[in-house]
Every structure is written in C-alpha cells, then in structure tokens.
Write a protein that binds this ligand. Sequence first.
Ligand SMILES: [Zn+2]
Length: 166
Amino acid sequence: MLLSPFTRCGLVKRKTRSCGQGLFTLFPIPKGELILTLQGEILTTDQLQEHHRALQVGESTWLASSGENLDDYINHSCEPNAGFVTGELSLFALREIAEGEEITWDYSTSMNETGWQMACLCGSKQCRKIIRPWKELSPQDRNRLFGISLSYLRNSCMIPDQRFPS
Ligand SMILES: [Zn+2]
C-alpha cells in the first residue's frame, strides 16, 4: 500500500501565523505536480498509540508516525492547494503554488471516523468552520472534494450500479 518515498526539493517546516508549524515550499510548484508521498506505518485502530500522529487511510486502518515526517506538518485548509488526485497517499498540486506558500490539504478527504471534528481557522471563502469526517460532509462538499479524496472514501459512496437495472 505504501508508495516509494518521494519528496520534492525545497519543502521546509516553518511557523505559521495561527496553526503552529506548517509545511512551506521554497520554490514554485506547477499545477499537477507531485509534492510528496505520505510516509509512515499502516496500523489498525487498536494498534494506535497516544504518541502517534495518525491519518485515516481505510475504515479501520491508519497511516501512523511519531511526527518525524515532513507530511506530519501539513495543515488543513477548506480550500487546499494540494490533494490526493490519484486516490493514493500522494499529494499533488491542485493549482500553481507560489514560492514561499504553505502547502495544505483538506483533512476531510482522509478522515471518516464518526464524531471526529476540528475547528478550522483557514479563512478561505469555502471555510466550513468545523472540519468533519467525510461521511458527515454535505453532498455538495463530497462532490466538490471527491476527486482529491482517498480511494477508500470514493468507494464508500459509490452510486448504485446503473448497468444492471432491477
Ligand atoms: Zn476552513
């Protein structure tokens, strides 16, 4: 499941104005380019420990690390500049990202745990104020985010197969 590691040159951790540390790029990144593959260990829910930073990658599986990877520092935005375009654990630039800009992705495109939520201060026009799991998003938000979500989420909301009408 884990892809071979790839990390663009020029990605650095820096302090953000309101969200602790974040990941920034020292160089412009053209639209569509791979930024990085997320790194960590795949664990089941009952294997997770307190010190882990965990990103949900399946109904009961998580990508866990102890905070040593650059991707652990990427903050959420409701209008992100990076997303899981292929459905796998790789972030691609959704638009041209400028030199010095912070890299962000939308946490709801990975999280699906009932009741999970986080306050959002991203300040974008699309800001949902509270970040919720995929299954608790409005159908409009799910549609908008479908193409940048992890594949297990895309499969969880498939419409009934139209090829076999009953
Ligand atoms: Zn927001």
